[in-house]
Ligand binder design. Structure first.
Ligand code: ZN
Length: 219
């Protein structure tokens, strides 16, 4: 089946359902947003919505620069600033997936790197940045996350909290989120196999990572 097209809310509902089905998120643990390219407004999941049961009425429309809620929609997720601050800094970004993926958060909290073990990890993630803990929903966290991605990084782990994954489309952001948790699960398995002896799980060869950085390697 090809990826759902059409309404951005339908695409985000697909992400939510798949994220819960595949164990990337539990119930309402996260929030999702998307905008039409260049738009000053974005759709974001409403406060308290269950990610695996998203209906078009469970999205809020908010103004990115002023943060104001567009009338006629439910209250947005309490973490809406995490989305609007990033959109404001990254005009190339049209979708943001914020989830609470358990293995990515666990490894980061323990001080282990999430290794880019496969060529898929390298191509989709390229680089993972860590944002130190700030209270979820706070302006401080939203600004810290936006500053972390200002230079072009698309994948963040928010320490003791979750991830924030960006792309120019919902589909690519979804693939990045899947690959982030898959890389974390593989890193976790590698640490178990080496009895935690090594904090550095072997990554793809450096020359491949350099080619990805130059845009020469694609999956
Ligand atoms: Zn969160």
């Amino acid at each position: 089946m090809s990826y759902p097209g059409g309404d951005l809310r339908d695409q985000l509902a697909h992400v939510g359902a798949e994220a819960v089905r595949t164990g990337l998120a539990i119930g309402s643990g996260g929030n999702l947003s998307a905008r039409a390219a260049g738009s000053g407004q974005c759709w974001i999941t409403a406060a308290g919505s269950w990610l695996d049961r998203l209906e078009p009425t469970e999205f809020s429309l908010i103004n990115i620069l002023e943060g104001g809620l567009r009338g006629g929609h439910p209250q947005p997720s309490s973490e809406w600033r995490l989305h609007t601050e990033t959109y404001a800094r990254r005009p190339d970004v049209n979708a943001i997936i914020h989830l609470h993926p358990q293995t990515s958060v666990l490894l980061t909290a323990l001080g282990y790197d999430i290794a880019l073990i496969t060529s898929d990890h390298a191509c989709y993630l390229r680089e993972i940045a860590i944002v130190p803990f700030e209270r979820p929903g706070s302006v401080k966290l939203a600004v810290a996350a936006a500053e972390a991605v200002a230079g072009g990084i698309n994948v963040l782990v928010l320490d003791h909290h979750g991830c924030s994954v960006l792309a120019d489309s919902v589909e690519l952001a979804h693939k990045r989120a899947v690959n982030l948790e898959e890389a974390a699960r593989s890193s976790y398995a590698a640490l178990l196999l080496t009895a935690g002896q090594s904090h550095r799980v072997p990554q793809v060869p450096a020359r491949f990572l350099e080619a990805v950085g130059r845009g020469e390697a694609k999956v």
